[in-house]
Design a protein around this ligand. Structure first.
Ligand SMILES: Cc1cc2nc3c(=O)[nH]c(=O)nc-3n(C[C@H](O)[C@H](O)[C@H](O)COP(=O)(O)OP(=O)(O)OC[C@H]3O[C@@H](n4cnc5c(N)ncnc54)[C@H](O)[C@@H]3O)c2cc1C
Length: 369
């Protein structure tokens, strides 16, 4: 499948994705993402690792995810939010007789999905989710706000996390639902080929078929958080690979003081450090995926360790790549400048590095008491 993914993204496709990064309008992002989703579906990319029941596939899945992540970070994140996060929640926690068609459309690459968990801070509120629904006859009426939703502006379906009384539930909304209001697309520092917006739900009425839950436990939330964190680890691996490839190619091409840049020891040491960080990140990510796939009790800790390490390694590697390319790297729009901007994302998205460190320390204390 790695070879198939490579074949889809030939020179022409990569150029198209580059243009999307620099000047992609929302309709263009929707059209291009939709087209590649269909091609990836035909290659079987959207099938493995969907939902908690497919956890066992995760290590194999990571190998093919890495292939896409090194081609385009934005497309990778958009595809994974659709295929692994949205479809994973619906398949893992929905009733197939009600949501089967939705999952099938996504797995055939015919629909784009989004998952909305994060919310703006609410003074005095100590929980993590305040989007709420109340039952009204056969329906639920949902109200709340979500502040960043990847794929939001281009999604066909959105899985919005909230609560019914105190129990977790997932509300399946669609653009055009009355009371659902999307902000204009948000401008971000990096991953500019990704369409992100915020959401407001003002008394959105949903039939019970479009509500997953209410659940007695928060397993759906844990699933989506671990899945997102592992996706962000792989996004960082792809970013490091792009940085190393560009810096090495530049250093081998460019001559200074009578020898190629790569012949200078200081530059070679940087490349050595970059490769060491990439390899260590890869090992840790695959180990976290393997433990998660085997439902090991240490899995959650290792996913957090991998998330923190790979995010910080990606920042370091893209910084070193820019140092090697110097002025050329600093020019707007080249791959290393893009990686440098994108690298920050992994540390602040999903479980932030601070929250992850707190959780690692908690796990450690609990284990060695
Ligand atoms: C481009 C983009 C796309 C996104 N896409 C999605 C999406 O599709 N779906 C979705 O649900 N979310 C999405 N997000 C949201 C993202 O997951 C959040 O930004 C992330 O979870 C951090 O939350 P926050 O921004 O509210 O930061 P805050 O929680 O406000 O944190 C602010 C700071 O305080 C620290 N902090 C907070 N709590 C603690 C604590 N308990 N212990 C220690 N430190 C703490 C944080 O680490 C951080 O440094 C996206 C964000 C961006 C920027």
């Amino acid at each position: 499948m790695k070879a198939q993914v490579k074949r889809i993204f030939d020179e022409r496709a990569r150029k198209e994705l580059d243009v999307l990064e620099d000047e992609g309008s929302t309709p263009r992002i929707k059209a291009v993402t939709g087209r590649y989703l269909t091609l990836l579906a035909e290659a079987g990319y959207l099938i493995p690792g969907v939902g908690p029941q497919s956890r066992k596939d995760i290590v194999g899945l990571m190998a093919i995810q890495e292939e896409l992540a090194q081609i385009s970070g934005s497309l990778f994140l958009s595809v994974e939010v659709t295929a692994r996060m949205f479809a994973g929640v619906v398949r893992g926690f929905g009733d197939p007789s009600k949501t089967g068609e939705m999952t099938e459309r996504v797995q055939r690459g015919q629909a784009i999905g989004a998952v909305a968990v994060s919310e703006p801070a609410k003074p005095g509120f100590t929980g993590s989710i305040y989007t709420r629904a109340r039952a009204d006859k056969d329906c639920y009426v949902v109200s709340g706000e979500k502040d960043f939703v990847t794929n939001g502006p281009i999604a066909d379906y959105l899985a919005v996390f909230g609560r019914i009384e105190d129990k977790l539930a997932v509300f399946l909304v669609q653009p055009g639902d009355q009371g659902l209001c999307m902000s204009p697309r948000l401008k971000t520092l990096g991953y500019n080929g990704l369409a992100v917006c915020s959401l407001k739900l003002d008394e959105v009425v949903l039939s019970s078929e479009r509500v997953l839950g209410p659940f007695d436990e928060d397993a759906a939330l844990d699933f989506v958080r671990h899945t997102e964190n592992l996706i962000l680890c792989v996004a960082s691996l792809g970013l490091m690979q792009r940085s190393i490839f560009s810096a090495k190619a530049h250093a081998a091409r460019q001559e200074r003081e009578g020898k190629s840049v790569i012949a200078h020891q200081e530059v070679r040491f940087k490349l050595a450090e970059m490769l060491t960080l990439l390899q260590s990140s890869q090992l840790l990510t695959y180990r976290a995926g393997w433990l998660y796939g085997n439902s090991d009790r240490e899995a959650a800790t290792l996913v957090h360790c991998a998330k923190v390490f790979t995010a910080e390694a990606a920042e370091r590697v893209s910084g070193l790549a820019m140092q090697i390319m110097a002025g050329q790297g600093y020019l707007w729009g080249n791959p290393v400048e893009r990686c440098y901007r994108e690298a920050k994302y992994a540390a602040l998205a999903g479980t932030t590095s601070e929250r992850a460190r707190m959780s690692i320390a908690d796990d450690l204390l609990a284990r060695y008491q």
